[in-house]
Design a protein around this ligand. Sequence first.
Ligand code: ADP
Ligand code: ADP
Length: 227
Amino acid sequence: MATVSFRGATRYYAGNDKPAVDGLDLDVADGEFLVLVGPSGCGKSTTLRMLAGLEGVDDGEIWIGDRNVTDMEPRARDIAMVFQNYALYPHMSVHENIAFHLKIAKMPKAERDQRVAEAAKLLDLEQYLERKPAKLSGGQRQRVAMGRAIVRQPQVFCMDEPLSNLDAKLRVQTRTQIASLQRRLGTTTIYVTHDQVEAMTMGDRVAVLRDGLLQQCDTPVGLFAKP
Ligand code: ADP
Ligand code: ADP
């Protein structure tokens, strides 16, 4: 677990006159579930991608705990990402997908298998471990992507619209599961969505972005009180 701090973080894309993210100052507390919300194009994904090191930071700094990660390799940052499209490997089983990063990191098989077994139990995937992603429902695929993130026991989780491929009913159910899983694990989490209901129901705090600028950051109750 760790704090995350954006200090004036700015990202310009070539060909755009305005920055996609403009001088973002934001502190996420240790163990906090922060939701980053705003309309399409406001800079949510760019913010997450800068934090994960998938996108460069043109100005400002990003810190995780006491480490300035601004120029660190993605792998050195100890962040796990869950994407909208889950990015599962189609030729690998559920078990292999969940274990993927642990295998890359050369974790011994016994420990790897134990972590996968724990995640599968937590996410209700135990009976699907040998299946390929094509034979899973959308909700099961979403849980595999979560499993692949949690087995790494990262300092920070980043989730980019992880529910947007689920139907409305499953979205409500999964929203609750993700929030309660995060509370049990206590991992500092930044969750991106354009859905205001998700923002107001899932987060400890909600950061509202518009046109690359942070407009408000408060608890759901605080936001509701001063719209
Ligand atoms: P959001 O996640 O809130 O939809 P993004 O961070 O994806 O917003 O995009 C913020 C702005 O940056 C948008 O205006 C978008 O068009 C622009 N943008 C995003 N990615 C690129 C890119 N690779 N090249 C140029 N412009 C981009
Ligand atoms: P991370 O957690 O670092 O994002 P992923 O396993 O999601 O790791 O992806 C690692 C790389 O492999 C990324 O570049 C991703 O785009 C790519 N990738 C993910 N899924 C597939 C797939 N099914 N086939 C080919 N490449 C993939």
